[in-house]
Design a protein around this ligand. Structure first.
Ligand SMILES: Nc1ccn([C@@H]2O[C@H](COP(=O)(O)OP(=O)(O)OP(=O)(O)O)[C@@H](O)[C@H]2O)c(=O)n1
Ligand SMILES: C[C@](O)(CO)[C@H](O)COP(=O)(O)O
Length: 247
């Protein structure tokens, strides 16, 4: 090989830095739809709080170097376990703002903008290490990143005044779940352009990336990874966790 060719193929002294994976759990909501006395993520389900179940799943994934829990300013519920778990009291008015503030926290602590972040709702306490690893495996080689999601299983209706307006073609419709995995710098940039509007319409990380012109990868998830949102969801979460424990 000529010297010139060698230089083009292998720039002298250049080695690509391995990209780390961080997890960021937005945990600063109030859970208004859940009807609980305290924020729903701190409600006990099958013996421990929802956020503790969520942390347990992420702690079993060796490729996550740090699991950042973003709680509300003044939160007195969250007891931070030992590293790799960390807590930042920088929750915002919206989920997107909590995520944005958490990304800044990671960058301030030395995370590289090229590193990956897996953003996951504290309230999706049924996530499993296998599902997290499936997302990492799918996204690591991808230039954009992606999210766990589920092809829509039911017929989809559009509503007007409490009555069916039309039936929507459900082909190619997916329900977005979390974790959602993107490069920290690209996600921060995508969210930053919605700061002025208070992140209006940005309900997940993918929607911010899409608005920036990206097409995130859809990675099939599981129906068991539902978000505990309404009062009846707690019993279902409890039953799934109990079944797993006795399996
Ligand atoms: N300002 C906010 C709002 C939500 N979240 C977090 O985002 C996740 C998903 O949000 P959702 O289930 O909608 O939670 P809440 O906003 O708490 O629920 P609700 O809309 O019923 O009040 C939860 O883990 C929640 O704690 C957050 O970190 N900061
Ligand atoms: C991010 C999310 O879990 C994707 O389904 C969801 O949008 C968060 O819940 P919210 O009610 O939109 O805050």
């Amino acid at each position: 090989m000529s010297a010139t060719k060698m230089q083009l193929d292998q720039p002298t002294g250049h080695t690509e830095k391995p990209r780390k994976c961080y997890a960021l759990l937005p945990c600063a909501g109030i859970g208004s739809r859940a009807g609980t006395a305290q924020p729903k993520q701190y409600e006990p389900v099958a013996g421990q709080s929802m956020v503790e179940h969520t942390l347990q799943a992420f702690a079993s994934v060796e490729r996550t170097v740090c699991i950042l829990v973003v709680v509300a300013r003044g939160d007195s519920f969250f007891q931070c376990p030992a590293p790799p778990v960390a807590v930042a009291h920088c929750g915002g008015q919206t989920r997107a703002e909590s995520v944005f503030n958490g990304l800044d926290w990671l960058l301030a602590q030395g995370a590289d903008p090229q590193d990956w972040v897996l953003v996951h709702d504290a309230a999706r306490c049924l996530i499993t290490p296998a599902q997290i690893n499936a997302l990492i495996d799918a996204c690591m080689p991808d230039p954009v990143g992606g999210l766990l999601a589920l092809p829509l299983p039911d017929t989809l209706k559009d509503e007007r005044d409490g009555r069916v307006n039309s039936t929507i073609d459900r082909r190619q419709k997916w329900l977005a779940q979390t974790p959602q995995m993107f490069p920290i710098g690209a996600l921060r940039l995508a969210l930053a352009s919605h700061l002025e509007t208070g992140f209006s319409g940005i309900t997940d990380e993918s929607s911010a990336m899409e608005a920036s012109g990206h097409r995130p990868l859809l990675v099939p998830g599981s129906a068991s990874n539902f978000k505990v949102t309404y009062p009846e969801d707690f019993a279902l979460a409890e039953a799934v966790l109990a079944a797993r424990a006795s399996a």
